[in-house]
Design a protein around this ligand. Sequence first.
Ligand code: HEC
Ligand code: HEC
Ligand code: HEC
Length: 200
Amino acid sequence: MAMEQQQNVPSRGGCFSRFWKRLSTPSARWSVLALVVVGLLIGASGVIGTQVIVGATGTNEFCGGTCHSMQWVAQEYRQSGHYANRTGFRASCHDCHIPNGYPKLLWYKAQAGIRDAVQEARGVISTEERFKKERLRMARLVWAEFKENNSVNCQHCHQFNDDVVAKQKEFVRPMHQQFLANTATCIDCHKGVAHTAPDE
Ligand code: HEC
Ligand code: HEC
Ligand code: HEC
């Protein structure tokens, strides 16, 4: 009885090895050109799809408006000089918080996206009260990140060198010379440039 049953059930190994055999046997029906075209189409839609998702999840509306729990930072941001200033030039959430180049951007967004989705589902900062309680912890993560990467995201827009610093107010110059000398980074002195920095 037991023997009969075993014969009717194909083993797992058999199933996988048949699948692998089909994959690795040259196709009799499709020309190489057709296969190359199909491969290119799949590759292209992957690349375009990724760009569309990166674009859609990179707007201020998405970052500051999708999740209820981002409303408090988003409100403060709209009061800040990085949102509205006399030049009309605006820094977005993405500009400050997400790495600027590939593939780092994708890796960072995937990690941050998963973490934020989990925390949002758990309601870690779902009320203003909870947000205020968690705020310092979250700010510290951002500060540590900027400290470690020499505030690289600030530098995509603010590119300081001797000529730039020479144009700044006299009392600011010695401050920014410390940056040029590599003894301090932007975040050491400029906290709260887009939201209120919590007290330490
Ligand atoms: C997308 C470009 C961009 C990024 C990224 C950016 N800034 Fe700015 N920053 C600006 C612009 C534009 C202004 C406004 C200039 C004006 O008002 O004349 C500004 C103004 C400032 C000011 C002076 C006015 C104020 O609001 O306090 C400081 C200080 C400053 N930025 C620091 C930073 C730091 C620190 C970072 C990184 C955490 C950063 N910026 C990231 C573009 C940027
Ligand atoms: C050692 C401290 C220190 C460091 C490091 C530093 N700053 Fe500043 N910065 C200041 C002070 C102080 C002021 C004047 C007060 C203010 O505007 O906040 C200033 C002013 C500014 C201004 C306004 C300049 C103006 O002329 O109106 C900008 C923009 C700015 N900083 C951006 C940056 C960026 C970007 C970095 C990193 C590349 C940086 N700072 C690094 C201390 C520092
Ligand atoms: C000019 C750069 C800049 C922009 C623009 C910016 N942030 Fe931030 N963000 C920071 C910095 C720096 C911190 C670390 C805390 C501090 O110094 O304010 C921070 C902290 C945070 C925190 C941690 C909690 C807290 O209050 O410290 C959250 C959440 C956050 N940002 C979300 C956003 C969202 C959402 C947007 C867009 C609506 C945005 N940020 C736009 C620079 C920026």
